[in-house]
Design a protein around this ligand. Structure first.
Ligand SMILES: C[S@@+](CC[C@H](N)C(=O)[O-])C[C@H]1O[C@@H](n2cnc3c(N)ncnc32)[C@H](O)[C@@H]1O
Length: 536
C-alpha cells in the first residue's frame, strides 16, 4: 500500500488520520460523516458539497495546470528533483497551452518559494505539527495556500480545485481535511496572516517568515550587504535587506545574450523584434518579458543563449581586462564550466581574437551540457576536459593560461529567485565544505596561471565566507598576486553606471571586489574578484 493509499485508508477509518483536523471551529468549518466524507451543512444538503457552489459548477477533476504544478512540487520534495528541470517536461507531457503553462509555473515556483510563509500560516490552521501530515497532503495545502494568499484566485475556485486535485491524486479521504484547512486560510487576507505570523516589529526572524527565507539565509544576506559596501547602497539596512528578500521572490525576467559569433547579432535582433527589450546593462543582451523565449530560432542554433546579465558581465570583464601574459593570453581556462553559460560567452569572445578556451567540468553529465552550450561557437575555439579542477596541472599547457575563470561551486544564495527550492535545501553546513573546495580550486588555478595572467574568481553567492573572506585568504596565501579593481573592470564592460564604488575607508581587498545584486541591478548576486600573476 502506498503512503497515499495509507492516508486515505486511515482517513476513512478515523475520519482524519495523519491529515488531522482543521483547528478551530469557525463559522465556515465543515463537518464530516463517519466515513470521513463531507457532510453538507445546508438544509438541502445531499452530503456531497464542500463549498457554496452549485453542484453543476463544482470541479470533479483535477485541472491540468494545477495537476502539473502539484506533480512538480511533489517531485521536488519526494525525489529531490529540481523544479526548473521537471517543470518544462511536465508542461510538455500535459500539453498545456501558453496560459496554462504560465499558471502552472507561477503556482509551482510560487509555492516552492513561499513554503516557509505558507507553512507558518497552515500551522495556525491545523491542530497538529505539520510534519504529522502526510507529505502529499501537505503539498496540496501549500498549493492551495499560494493560490489563496498570493495569486488572488477566488477562494471558491482555489478550494474546489485543490480538493478536486486531492481526490484525483491522493484519494477521497483527506479531501475534507484539505477543504476545512483551506477554508480557515481563506478566512483572512494575507496582511492579516502576516501581522499574526510575522509581525512588523519582529526583526529578522519575522522577516524570514514574511519573505519566506530560512532564518540563517536572512542573517547571511544581512552580513553580505554590510560586507560589500557600496556608495549606491541604501542607508537604511533593514529596507535594503527587505528589498533583497523581495527580489528573491520575484519571477526573474529571461535574460538573453547574442553571442559574438556569426548569426549572434541577427538572432538577438530577432528576439528584440519579437518583443524583447535591449538589455540596459550588458552589450549584446536583451530582456525577454513574458512569452515563450524557447521558440526563438537563435536559441536552438546556439548563437542566442539564456544567461543572467550579471553572469554575462563577469565573463566579459575577464575577457576585457588587461593581462601581461604575452603568448599565453591566447590560452584561456574555465575551471568549473558546467553547465557552460560563461564558457560559451568566453569562447565566443576568445574566438574573436584567435584565442582558445579549455572548459573543465568535474561532473560528466555537466561536461556534456558544456559541449551543448558551446555548440554555437566555432569548434577551433574550445575544448572540454572532464575532470577535477584540482588536478588541472596534469593537463595544463607549458607556460600556463593567460586568463582563468574560477566560477566556483557555491551555495548559490545569489540566485535564489531562479531556483525556487534551493533556499530550503541549503544548510549552513554546506558552507564549510564549499569554502574548502573553493580555496583548493583557487590554489590549483594559481598553479597554472601564466606569468602576467589574470585569474577571475566568481560566485553566484554574496555570502561573505565565499566572497570577501575567500579573497582575503587567497591574498594571504599568494601575496605575489596583484589584486585588480574588479568594480572598474565590470564597469568598463557595462552599458550603464553600476554604482559599485566602495565608500572611503573600505579595506583595500574588499574595495577591489565587485558585488552585483538582484534588487539593485536586476541580476543574480554575482561576485567578482580579479588577480594578476607577477611576471617572472
Ligand atoms: C557555479 S557552477 C559553474 C557555472 C558555469 N561557469 C556557468 O556559467 O554555467 C560550478 C560548477 O563547478 C563544478 N564543480 C564542482 N566541483 C568541481 C571540481 N572539483 N572541479 C571542477 N568543477 C567542479 C560543478 O559541477 C558546477 O558545474
Amino acid at each position: 500500500m502506498s503512503a497515499q493509499d495509507g492516508t486515505a485508508g486511515r482517513d476513512r477509518r478515523r475520519g482524519g488520520g495523519r491529515s488531522g483536523g482543521a483547528r478551530g471551529g469557525g463559522p465556515h468549518e465543515d463537518r464530516r460523516d463517519a466515513a470521513g466524507r463531507q457532510r453538507h451543512r445546508g438544509r438541502s444538503g445531499a452530503g456531497r458539497h464542500r463549498t457554496a457552489q452549485a453542484p453543476s459548477q463544482r470541479t470533479r477533476q483535477a485541472d491540468p495546470a494545477r495537476l502539473t504544478a502539484y506533480r512538480v512540487v511533489r517531485a521536488v520534495h519526494a525525489e529531490d528533483a529540481y523544479a526548473n528541470l521537471v517543470l518544462p517536461r511536465r508542461i510538455r507531457e500535459a500539453r498545456l497551452d501558453r496560459r496554462d503553462a504560465g499558471f502552472a509555473t507561477e503556482l509551482a515556483y510560487g509555492t516552492l518559494r513561499g513554503l516557509g510563509l505558507y507553512d507558518a500560516v497552515l500551522a495556525r490552521c491545523v491542530d497538529r505539527p505539520l510534519d504529522a501530515i502526510d507529505a502529499p497532503v501537505l503539498d496540496a495545502l501549500r498549493l492551495g495556500a499560494h493560490q489563496l494568499l498570493h495569486m488572488r484566485v477566488p477562494a471558491h475556485a482555489a478550494l474546489d480545485a485543490t480538493v478536486a486535485l486531492v481526490r484525483a491524486e491522493i484519494g477521497a479521504g483527506p479531501s475534507g481535511f484539505v477543504n476545512a484547512v483551506l477554508r480557515r486560510v481563506s478566512e483572512r487576507p494575507l496582511e492579516d496572516w502576516l501581522a499574526d505570523v510575522a509581525p512588523e516589529d519582529g526583526g529578522d526572524a519575522a522577516r524570514a517568515v514574511r519573505h519566506s527565507h530560512p532564518a540563517w539565509i536572512v542573517r547571511a544576506l544581512r552580513q553580505a550587504l554590510a560586507g560589500h559596501p557600496s556608495t549606491a547602497g541604501a542607508e537604511d539596512r533593514d529596507a535594503e535587506l527587505e528589498a533583497l528578500l523581495a527580489a528573491d521572490n520575484a519571477a526573474p525576467v529571461v535574460n538573453l545574450v547574442g553571442l559574438p559569433v556569426p548569426g549572434g547579432a541577427e538572432a538577438l535582433q530577432a528576439a528584440i523584434d519579437d518583443g524583447a527589450e535591449p538589455g540596459p546593462l550588458a552589450p549584446g543582451s536583451a530582456l525577454h518579458h513574458g512569452g515563450d523565449a524557447g521558440r526563438l530560432a537563435g536559441l536552438r542554433e546556439g548563437v542566442l543563449r539564456v544567461q543572467d546579465v550579471g553572469s554575462q558581465l563577469t565573463a566579459r570583464a575577464l575577457a576585457a581586462v588587461e593581462t601581461r601574459a604575452g603568448d599565453a593570453d591566447g590560452r584561456w581556462l574555465d575551471l568549473c564550466a558546467g553547465p557552460g553559460g560563461k564558457a560559451a560567452l568566453l569562447a565566443a569572445l576568445a574566438a574573436e581574437r584567435g584565442a582558445t578556451v579549455l572548459a573543465n567540468e568535474v561532473a560528466p553529465h555537466r561536461a556534456e551540457l558544456v559541449r551543448s552550450a558551446l555548440a554555437g561557437v566555432p569548434e577551433t575555439a574550445w575544448q572540454v576536459r572532464t575532470g577535477d579542477g584540482r588536478t588541472i596541472a596534469d593537463d595544463a599547457p607549458a607556460g600556463g593560461f593567460g586568463r582563468i575563470l574560477v566560477d566556483a561551486p557555491c551555495t548559490g544564495l545569489g540566485a535564489l529567485r531562479r531556483r525556487p527550492e534551493s533556499r530550503w535545501r541549503r544548510t549552513p553546513a554546506d558552507l564549510a565544505e564549499l569554502t574548502g573546495l573553493q580555496a583548493e580550486l583557487l590554489d590549483a588555478a594559481v598553479g597554472v596561471l601564466a606569468p602576467g595572467g589574470v585569474l577571475a574568481y566568481v560566485t553566484c553567492s554574496p555570502h561573505v565566507a565565499e566572497t570577501i573572506v575567500q579573497v582575503q585568504d587567497l591574498a594571504r596565501r599568494h601575496p605575489e598576486l596583484e589584486q585588480l579593481d574588479a568594480a572598474a573592470a565590470l564597469q568598463d564592460v557595462a552599458l550603464a553606471d553600476l554604482g559599485l564604488t566602495a565608500p572611503e575607508g573600505t579595506d583595500p581587498v574588499t574595495a577591489y571586489t565587485a558585488q552585483l545584486w538582484p534588487h539593485r541591478h536586476g541580476t543574480d548576486a554575482m561576485f567578482l574578484a580579479l588577480f594578476r600573476a607577477p611576471i617572472d
